[in-house]
Design a protein around this ligand. Structure first.
Ligand code: NAD
Length: 501
């Protein structure tokens, strides 16, 4: 593993546009305002996790600001350029936003990389994915059809789809832009308006995205963004009586609290939560491909991915071969400044995350897991932790059960298919799973047997806007992307007409 010394902040080069964006104090995006101060006048600093220096200052929202944003979003619902506008008009906004995202690819990627430490090549991929999500949802406004129903005579029955109204969105820090697009795309395609709160530690890219939406003519109040604390801004969005739906992505404990609060207000609440994904390698797999594919999926974003394949189950016949290859690939990773296009692993997002991951590494050692690769938290500046592999792990160890949300992989051994399924399903989280096998029948059996919202075969972590994504049980109650997501931002209304009248 090579760790390039972190370049001093003064010599890190970003575009003039990114520099200017960071130097300007960033305000709330409410209605037509792009730089509104929060009503309390408070701000927070965003810290670059690579250098531990302040990147810039962002206005912090309050309950009062949420009220203003919801009022702006409510007004926009009936604005001629939005509510009554044709579906083709909504489609045009989304297509134009996709083009604007592509045109600002570098600036969005730089902000993401500086703000949360994601290697720039991965940030660029994220931006491309965001444009694809907006293009996909741009196709939906003109296809949201109702139905004529086979009701008894002499009646005519039909069902039509309506937007829900003002929706609230709360996003996590690990994929700020991608998560925002998963909510903005379907919400706007269905004709809603949105009040969105990004995570405190990575708000910048969502603010620029909102400016791009304004730039393509999205009417004021359709998309409002209020940075700030979860307990203040997030809670105020959840509690606001005029917000019809909450779409939350984040940790399981916060998601549970939001579900409880939302149900008190009879809101629709969709939660996308934590994961501890199983990754099973059968003896008939292409072992090198399995090792490389798993490493790529595991170390992306320094392991800070809800679907990261953190629990690897390897058949005893290929265990040594697979672990050797995995250790070799992992040991060759380049850790360093995420702005360097050669970097494969950047820092963790924050000091708190760094401390939490270090603690889990200590816990794994104390539980008796065997350290195979990595294990060191690197000296600062920057919140760097080496990609770390533990072998000889048992499924009842904390390291195998709790979401670490960092670059820590556990490898377990199995003998039979039944044992692999039982181990994989013995988890509180059911977000995703992967299987590596050349046997089609086995792949199909696994697709049925594994408790997970997504099962990948001979690949990992691939999302597509056309395919829904989400978890079971403690990993969530909903689906993002695809048809399911856009429908979740609508409600149906039945109309019945007496034809004999
Ligand atoms: P988090 O739960 O701490 O915070 C998520 C968001 O909720 C942030 O914007 C935060 O400010 C806000 N928030 C915090 N307390 C709140 C409250 N009381 N009321 C309203 N909002 C509140 O999660 P995180 O640390 O930002 O993100 C990491 C977690 O997200 C991991 O558990 C990861 O698995 C999960 N995640 C899940 C998915 C998925 O699709 N299932 C995707 C990405 C991340």
């Amino acid at each position: 593993m090579t760790h390039e010394a972190v370049i001093p902040a003064s010599s890190r080069k970003v575009s003039a546009a990114t520099q200017a964006f960071l130097e300007a104090p960033q305000g709330l995006r409410i209605g037509s305002d792009t730089d509104r101060e929060g009503s309390t006048g408070t701000t927070f600093d965003s810290i670059d996790p690579t250098t531990e220096r302040t990147l810039g200052t962002i206005a912090s929202g309050s309950t009062r600001d949420v009220e203003d944003a919801v009022a702006a979003a409510t007004k926009a619902l009936s604005a001629p350029a939005w509510g009554p506008a044709s579906p083709a008009t909504r489609a045009r906004y989304l297509f134009d936003l996709a083009d604007a995202v592509t045109a600002h690819r570098e600036q969005l990627a730089e902000l993401e990389t500086l703000d949360m430490g994601k290697p720039i090549a991965q940030a660029r991929d994220d931006v491309d994915g965001v444009a694809a999500v907006f293009r996909y949802y741009g196709g939906w406004p003109t296809k949201l059809e109702g139905s004529i129903n086979p009701v008894r005579q002499p009646y005519f029955g039909m069902t039509q789809l309506e937007p829900l109204g003002v929706c609230g969105a709360i996003t996590p820090w690990n994929f700020p832009l991608v998560m925002a697009s998963h909510k903005i795309g379907p919400a706007l395609a269905a004709g809603n308006t949105l009040v969105l709160k990004p995570a405190e530690v990575s708000s910048y890219s969502t603010l620029l995205l909102t400016d791009l939406a304004r730039g393509v003519g999205l009417p004021p109040g359709v998309l409002n963004v209020i940075p700030g604390s979860g307990r203040v801004v997030g809670q105020a969005i959840v509690d606001h009586p005029d917000v019809a739906k909450i779409s939350f992505t984040g940790s399981t404990p916060v998601g549970r609290a939001i579900l409880e609060a939302g149900s008190r207000h009879m809101k629709k609440v969709n939660v996308e939560l934590g994961g501890k994904s199983a990754n099973i390698v059968f003896p008939d797999a292409d072992v090198r491909a399995a090792a490389r594919g798993s490493a790529e999926a595991m170390w992306e974003n320094a392991g800070q991915i809800c679907v990261a394949p953190t629990r690897m189950f390897v058949h005893e016949d290929v265990y040594d071969e697979l672990v050797d290859e995995l250790a070799r690939v992992t040991g060759a990773l380049r850790i360093g400044d995420p702005l360097n296009p050669e970097t494969e692993v950047g820092p963790l997002v924050s000091k708190a995350q760094y401390a939490s991951v270090r603690e889990y590494i200590d816990i794994a050692g104390a539980e008796g897991a065997r350290l195979r690769v990595g294990g060191r938290a690197l000296d600062g500046p920057g919140y760097f932790v080496e990609p770390t592999i533990f072998t000889e792990v048992h499924n009842d160890m904390r390291i195998a059960r709790e979401e670490v949300f960092g670059p820590v992989l556990t490898v377990l051994r199995f003998r039979t298919e039944e044992e692999a399924v039982a181990l994989a399903n013995d988890s509180a989280y059911d977000l995703a799973a992967a299987v590596w096998t050349r046997d089609v029948s086995r792949a199909l059996r696994m697709g049925k047997a594994l408790h997970a919202g997504t099962v990948w075969v001979n690949t990992h972590g691939r999302l597509d806007p056309a395919q829904s994504f989400g978890g079971y049980s403690k990993s969530g109650n909903s689906r993002e992307l695809g048809r399911e997501s856009v429908l979740s931002y609508t409600r149906s209304k039945a109309v019945m007409i007496d034809l004999s009248a």
